[in-house]
Design a protein around this ligand. Structure first.
Ligand code: FPP
Length: 256
């Protein structure tokens, strides 16, 4: 077995302390959110679509704070998909300015609150200003030990899986791996989320009931919670409601 792979596997173990209260134990450790409905929120108010994105950005810090407070370990946010390039250039430009706008205000607080910022997605095609702002945040929070705030930016799950398959094929060809080594855990270790556990809970706002190419592999056994609330109206109370619903679900992972 590959040394790199064994280390990866060991790092995924996180034993619960027997003294941890039940409620705390049942808080989803990884929550993934598809933040949808910004455009409709703006349209309902007679505003341009970008006003919805600006408002949506403001919701993020409230949810980050609440997640951190509740003991969530990882919060993955779908901020820009590989398909979002199809939008009008002005909207794409606006969306790709949001990370630096957000971080220019929030980074000092994120550092203070022990949050670790991560980037999940292709760095190709991202404008320098976006990459620079996110890289600075990743770099300056890399020694923090609290909530992992994982921004999916220029992310698409099929792209991620295709890239993993290419790297696995190269490693088989180079003799680093044999085809017998290929199983679901090995594939997970080649994904952009290799250092993260799979999401326990997926939240999607705005009434759309689909995954839109988000973490397709990682969400295999996650609980899904869909709400009609548009993302700019999403609050800490909605987040808590999602967690309550999650806590009442029985997760069987294919068993009985
Ligand atoms: C989907 O709503 C939302 C997006 C494509 C962008 C989400 C981005 C944010 C909430 C802010 C990101 C901020 C940072 C700091 C990264 P939509 O535009 O598709 O809404 P619609 O379906 O109503 O048109």
């Amino acid at each position: 077995m590959l040394e790199k792979f064994s280390k990866w596997k060991a790092s995924k173990e996180s034993p619960a302390s027997p003294s941890t209260p039940i409620e705390q134990m049942k808080v989803p450790k990884h929550v993934a959110i598809i933040m949808d409905g910004n455009g409709r929120w703006a349209k309902n108010k007679g505003l341009p679509r970008v006003a919805g994105h600006r408002e949506g950005m403001k919701v993020i810090n409230k949810i980050v704070r609440k997640a951190n407070e509740l003991g969530v370990e990882v919060l993955s946010l779908y901020a820009f998909s590989t398909e979002n390039w199809k939008r009008p250039k002005t909207e794409v430009d606006f969306l790709l300015r949001l990370p630096e706008r957000f971080l220019s205000i929030e980074l000092p607080k994120l550092i203070e609150e022990n949050v670790q910022v991560r980037l999940m997605g292709s760095t190709e095609n991202l404008p320098d200003h976006t990459l620079k702002a996110v890289t600075k945040a990743v770099e300056s929070t890399k020694n923090n030990t609290g909530l992992i705030l994982n921004f999916a930016l220029n992310y698409g799950s099929r792209y991620e899986i295709s890239e993993a398959v290419k790297r696995i094929a190269r490693d088989v060809e180079a003799g680093v791996l044999s085809d017998a080594d290929i199983d679901d855990e090995l594939i997970s270790s080649y994904l952009m989320t290799s250092e993260l556990r799979d999401p326990d809970l997926l939240i999607r706002t705005s009434g759309e009931i689909r995954l839109s190419n988000f973490m397709l592999w990682q969400l295999a056994y996650s609980e899904f919670w869909f709400t009609d609330i548009l993302w700019p109206d999403f609050s800490e109370e909605h987040f808590i409601e999602a967690i309550r619903v999650y806590q009442n679900r029985g997760r069987r992972y294919g068993g009985v």
